[in-house]
Design a protein around this ligand. Structure first.
Ligand SMILES: Cc1ncc(COP(=O)(O)O)c(C=O)c1O
Length: 407
């Protein structure tokens, strides 16, 4: 079903546990991509011939698939970009143009660099200030890595012009209570962007129920092609925001003196998009739907509960291991970031690679959060719904072997 998973790495059966970085692709996505490159490879929205019509249809069908998947009100609310990073930059640049010196942008202490740096750039341009909702670790109130949202009440004020949340941390795996926080921010008239790069992979996302103003995610983490991102935005904001980039396809009429813009969503889609990649979202999201739990709507398999308990208990039973992200009263997804006392995470990852186990090491694009735990790198094993308990057990066995070799 997911061909890469039956591959080898360094001669060993591959155990792929770097799903928070990117997901492996199911056969239907691979077949779709190949077929589309052969039978409907033509630029979109531009030409009168059949091939181009087919390509445009696939591209727009994928937009509709995304719309339905997150329950956005209309196709004008779904903008294709090149990734979560591009989606957040689009908002940080265009939405923040109206910010004034002294205005505030709030972000979370568990943010990925993609939800930090674009806001810093925006703040530098406007004289605004980026403020951080700290984690319990940053406040010296615990080691769970949860964001201390109880601090939010004293941070929300009329100077805050946007709040940038993380749905699920790519380090701790903790599911943030975004709905609750959005309601609080909205009570003060503050719009909210949600970085859904990890959230879309595991949670049921209904943007109307969540009531977020923007939701950003990447196709490649949810079984689609690389180089494609999605920005959901409320029409009221998207209408007011100026275009991010200028070029073909985003215009209505162009003269040397003045240009008028295409209606939403094309106003934000300058140039030739990654139309084949975007179209792959149709089979990719069908695969995600197939993995969905009928009762909760969350994207998981039965095995996830067993993997969660097995990994949590096994890591907790080793006194040399410190896990960054324990859920306390919050829910957590199967992302496990940790260090083993006295061992360099990079060395562990290299030994695991030789045993066929693919995990990430380093700062995982969340340097401030990793540093807050007193570490300058960590090891991360992140599971997807297609991973099995057996793979978790192989990982633990290999980790133990690697640990014994390094201690
Ligand atoms: C929480 C989070 N935000 C943003 C990103 C950036 O996604 P991309 O590199 O696809 O733009 C990632 C990727 O790992 C992520 O985990």
């Amino acid at each position: 079903m997911v061909p890469a998973l039956s591959g080898k790495m360094n001669g060993e059966n591959l155990v792929y546990l770097d799903n928070a970085a990117t997901a492996q692709k199911p056969s239907q996505v691979l077949d779709f991509l190949c077929d589309a490159m052969v039978h409907s490879n033509a630029n979109v929205h531009r030409s009168m011939y059949e091939l181009s019509d087919k390509s445009t249809t696939l591209y727009e069908e994928a937009r509709e698939k995304v719309r339905a998947f997150i329950n956005a009100p209309g196709r004008e609310n779904i903008i294709f970009t090149s990734g979560t990073t591009a989606s957040i930059n689009l908002v940080a640049d265009t939405f923040c143009r109206r910010l004034e010196p002294g205005d505030e942008i709030l972000i979370e202490g568990d943010s990925h660099h993609s939800n930090i740096v674009p806001w810093q750039l925006a703040a530098e341009r406007n004289g605004a200030v980026v403020k951080v909702i700290p984690t319990d670790v940053m406040l010296g109130r615990g080691r769970s890595g949860r964001v201390a949202f109880e601090e939010l009440d004293s941070m929300l004020n009329p100077k805050v012009k946007i709040l940038a949340l993380t749905h699920i941390s790519n380090i701790t795996g903790i599911v943030n209570p975004v709905g609750e926080i959005i309601a609080k921010a909205h009570a003060m008239g503050i719009p909210v962007l949600v970085d859904g790069a990890q959230g879309i992979v595991h949670e049921k996302v209904d943007v109307q129920e969540m009531d977020c103003d923007f939701y950003a995610f990447s196709a490649h983490k949810i079984y689609g092609a690389t180089g494609v991102g999605i920005l959901y935005g409320k029409t009221e904001h998207l209408e007011k925001m100026p275009p991010y980039m200028g070029g073909g396809d985003m215009v209505d009429t162009v003269t040397y003196g003045k240009t008028t813009y295409a209606p939403l969503p094309l106003k934000f889609e300058a140039g030739t998009p990654n139309f084949t990649g975007a179209a792959s979202l149709t089979p990719a999201l069908e695969f995600a739907e197939y993995l969905r739990d009928g009762e909760t709507g969350r994207i998981l398999k039965e095995e996830e509960g067993r993997i969660m308990s097995y990994m949590t208990e096994t890591l907790a039973s080793d006194p040399d291991v410190e896990v960054y992200g324990t859920a306390e009263s919050l829910r957590k997804t199967p992302i496990f970031t940790f260090n083993i006392k006295g061992i360099n995470a990079g060395d562990l990852a290299q030994l695991l690679d030789k045993m066929g186990v693919a995990v990430r090491s380093g700062l995982m694009c969340a340097e401030p959060l990793i540093n807050s735990f007193g570490a300058n790198s960590a090891l991360r094993a992140s599971f997807a719904p297609y991973n099995t308990l057996e793979e978790a057990q192989i990982f633990v066995k290999c980790l133990q072997r690697a640990k014994n070799m390094l201690l």
